[in-house]
Design a protein around this ligand. Structure first.
Ligand SMILES: Cc1cc2nc3c(=O)[nH]c(=O)nc-3n(C[C@H](O)[C@H](O)[C@H](O)COP(=O)(O)O)c2cc1C
Length: 433
């Protein structure tokens, strides 16, 4: 392993910033101090220790063109170099010790593939139909806030990539681009993810606005209603020497703030502004199933819940007329449950009794992950951080490349498993490890 001192330092900085260090049993400060001295022997030792943790995410960054990427991890290091450290912390954080991020990944290892042979797989159809719309792939571009924090083109680049590759895209309430502009860039409808506002009259106006803009579905996120403890985000922000108050009220993230630096700061959140000041209708407490009923009654759009992880809540959702679910723990950013979403998926599917579509997200990095979710009954899968690595590394081109890689890997897994359509992928194609 011949590294020049500069790339050694970059590699160490990269390692030091990774939330996976804890999983590998490596002390962050020790690594940072190595970066200052860059002693090759200690470096090699660090690299070996990390390599034995067996996670490809810890490879040194090296691609210079999106086209050179072999897998989605190839974008991560490049993105980290380009993205300011506080924003990187926002992207990569989980909660507490980030254990649920690791659990989401580890969950996929609970199942192995059982490929069938001698099926004609020269032609396959990986298309997903949902709410009367067909997409060539079940891989969904999940809602992820503040994308201009990762690349100047933000959600517009993501929407153009979703258009180029014809993926379903879901836009976040706290996006840095408006729903109207994103639908124009996507050249077709996108779904909207809803964070409710404490004033129902604003929530209602927001729902009407996205309906008018042409969104056919709204996904109400229910996994952050009690708040979340994001330590990595705060630690990384403390390493950022820029003046955060230029863009953020309050200046820096605070303990107990779930992602937005300051919830009152809407300067860069066009979906949160422009509403009439009507007499406030303040929520009493945090949302319950009553809120879901109200939401359903207030719109003709399909209403999904994002963040359901139990069969009980899945059954309740069906009872309340919900149109679809996202099995999600917010990419390990909600409670530190240490329960993978892929592990929650079967009971959620069972809870719905197949009556509504179920999308699963959290830790999807490989086509085989997508295949396992489809085998466990998912209608589609959502990806978050990987496409942002692509965005941060190479803008729209990077997002497109990430989507292309995941699709290629998934379609290869379909073929190798002897399945030519999504409906053929069944529990018989996997087995418990
Ligand atoms: C930086 C970041 C911002 C996110 N913003 C939102 C959001 O605004 N609304 C939402 O419902 N989910 C949000 N999510 C969760 C994602 O939609 C998705 O559930 C998660 O990223 C999937 O896990 P993955 O990143 O491991 O693929 C965010 C996730 C990240 C990492």
């Amino acid at each position: 392993m011949a590294l020049d001192p500069n790339s050694r330092r970059q590699f160490l900085a990269f390692l030091a910033g990774s939330p996976l260090l804890a999983a590998a049993g490596i002390d962050r400060e020790w690594l940072t101090s190595l970066g200052a001295t860059a002693r090759p022997d200690a470096l090699l030792q660090a690299a070996d220790t990390v390599a034995t943790a067996g996670h490809p995410v810890l490879q040194p960054p090296r691609i210079t063109r999106a086209a050179d990427a072999l897998d989605v991890f190839d974008f991560e290091g490049v993105a980290q170099q380009n993205i300011p450290v506080a924003h990187w912390g926002y992207l990569m954080t989980g909660t507490d010790d980030d254990g649920t991020i690791a659990a989401n990944r580890a969950g996929f290892d609970r199942w192995t593939l059982k490929p069938r042979r001698l099926v004609d797989v020269s032609r396959i159809d990986a298309s997903m139909a949902i709410f009367g719309q067909r997409y060539p792939t079940p891989i969904i571009v999940n809602p992820l806030g503040s994308q201009k924090a990762f690349h100047k083109d933000g959600e517009l680049a993501t929407a153009k990539a979703a258009r180029a590759r014809d993926h379903l895209m879901v836009l976040s309430t706290v996006a840095t681009t408006s729903i109207e502009d994103v639908i124009a860039a996507r050249g077709g409808p996108v779904w909207f993810q809803l964070y409710h506002q404490t004033d129902w009259s604003i929530t209602k106006q927001m729902v009407k606005r996205v309906e008018r803009a042409g969104a056919p579905a709204i996904a109400f996120t229910v996994d952050l209603l009690g708040g979340s403890n994001r330590e990595t985000m705060i630690r990384e922000a403390r390493r950022d020497t820029r003046d955060c108050t230029k863009c953020h009220l309050g200046g820096a993230p605070l303990p107990g703030v779930s992602g937005r630096v300051d919830d009152r700061d809407n300067r860069r959140k066009p979906n949160l502004v422009g509403y009439e000041k009507l007499p406030p209708q303040l929520e009493k407490g945090t949302p319950t199933w009553e809120f879901v009923d109200r939401l359903k009654q207030s719109t003709s759009m399909k209403v999904l819940l994002k963040g359901i992880v139990t069969g009980e809540d899945a059954a309740l959702a069906v009872e309340h007329g919900v149109d679809g679910l996202f099995v999600s723990n917010h990419g390990g950013r909600a409670e530190n449950s240490r329960r993978a979403t892929i592990v929650s998926l079967p009971e959620v599917v069972q809870g719905t009794a197949g009556r509504i579509p179920v999308i699963c997200d959290g830790g999807f990095r490989r086509g085989t992950d997508v295949f396992k979710a489809m085998a466990l009954g998912a209608t589609g899968v959502g990806i978050g951080r990987p496409y942002i690595w692509g965005l941060g590394a190479f803008g729209q081109e990077g997002v497109e490349a990430v989507l292309a890689i995941l699709r290629k890997e998934f379609e290869l897994t379909m073929k190798q498993s002897g399945t030519t359509t999504l409906s053929q992928i069944s529990a018989r194609h996997i087995t418990a490890a």
